[in-house]
Design a protein around this ligand. Structure first.
Ligand code: NAP
Ligand code: COA
Length: 276
């Protein structure tokens, strides 16, 4: 076990995080930076990218960032190419960009639905498809950031449920296609995570937050670094035989179905409606 732990060495490894300028994805990037990895990231806003790169450099290692919208293949491809040219073949590729808002299916236009599917699902295809040619082979670890919406149907989340379920099936498909190349593809399903834009949108009031916590068997929100730890594990030799898996890191939240979290979102929707 001691040997296995010491072999989980990310010093000098190249890690790319799509959607890495904030929240859970930045938390993951920070965990790899703390381990001595060279971390590249992209997201739409140049200012947020620049701020995140400074945060990562604060951990003492090399970091770089590019503005790129994951909906646009050419932008993602350019960012991945720049990262591989600067830092070498990509050892860990994370796809975490996402969009969310709380709305009933009848309250979202076709473009609203498409916008989230394009960011989450098409974006993950673009990141992995464009990243393939730059991966360390064999050995690369690809991780998509999924969500409980991939497993349970939630009212007011038709776009996210469809997109995240699609991501998990894409992950399984790529695990089958790319396994023979020594590439592992997995997803992490975070539960409700503290201090994130996602939970600010899904459970914006103290009442909604409490409903969300009541739905977690461990009775608390998770932390960004707990998701980062799961990404480190999945990218380490300790997970060498794990591919095509959906790993919930959620305090058990996905075991209790759509109940409490669904109530939290219902409250969020009612509050938003009342505020209009
Ligand atoms: P967040 O801080 O809003 O993170 C989303 C990131 O994606 C931002 O850095 C954003 O930066 C980037 N992004 C958005 N659209 C993009 C696009 N079209 N192209 C490139 N980058 C884009 O939210 P979060 O709550 O931490 O969520 C992060 C991930 O965790 C998401 O995949 C989410 O579904 C998942 N998740 C979150 C929770 C939670 O509790 N928060 C639970 C389960 C799953 P720019 O604005 O600069 O583009
Ligand atoms: N209810 C219903 N429709 C909504 C909506 C809401 N609350 N918010 C946006 N939309 C619709 C818009 O009206 C538009 O549809 P239309 O053209 O038919 O009017 C469509 O969604 C796209 O909106 P737009 O603002 O042009 O998209 P964008 O690409 O600039 O931003 C979002 C994407 C909407 C997902 C935005 O919230 C975002 O950038 N999110 C990233 C951060 C985030 O969501 N973090 C949490 C991750 S879990």
């Amino acid at each position: 076990m001691k040997d296995l732990l010491s072999s989980a060495d990310f010093a000098g490894k190249c890690v790319f995080v799509a959607g890495g300028s904030s929240g859970i994805n930045l938390g993951i990037a920070e965990r790899f930076a703390e381990q001595g990895a060279k971390v590249a990231l992209c997201s739409r806003s140049p200012d947020r990218v620049a701020a995140a790169v400074e945060t990562l450099k604060g951990h003492g290692g090399e970091a770089m960032g590019m503005a790129a919208d994951v909906r646009h293949y050419d932008e993602v491809a350019a960012a991945l190419k720049a990262a591989a040219e600067a830092f070498g073949p990509i050892d860990v590729l994370i796809s975490g960009a996402a969009g969310n808002f709380v709305a009933p299916a009848l309250g979202m236009s076709a473009n609203a639905f498409k916008t989230v599917v394009d960011i989450d699902l098409l974006g993950t295809f673009n990141v992995f498809r464009a990243g393939y040619g730059h991966l360390s082979r064999p050995g690369a670890s690809l991780i998509a950031i999924s969500a409980p919406q991939a497993l349970h149907a939630y009212a007011f989340q038709a776009h996210v449920c469809a997109a995240k379920a699609g991501i998990d099936m894409l992950v399984r498909t790529l695990a089958v296609e790319w396994g023979p190349d020594g590439i592992r593809v997995n997803s992490i399903i975070p539960g409700p995570i503290e201090d994130t834009e996602g939970m600010a949108r899904l459970a914006p009031t103290p009442e909604a937050r409490q409903r969300a916590i009541d739905g977690v068997p461990l009775r608390r929100y998770g932390t960004k670094s707990e998701i980062g730890d799961a990404a480190l594990f999945l990218s380490s030799p300790m997970a060498a035989y794990i591919t095509g898996a959906q790993l919930p890191v959620d305090g058990g939240a996905t075991l209790s179905g759509a109940g409490r979290m669904g109530e939290a979102m219902e409250l969020a929707f009612k509050e938003a409606k009342a505020a209009r």
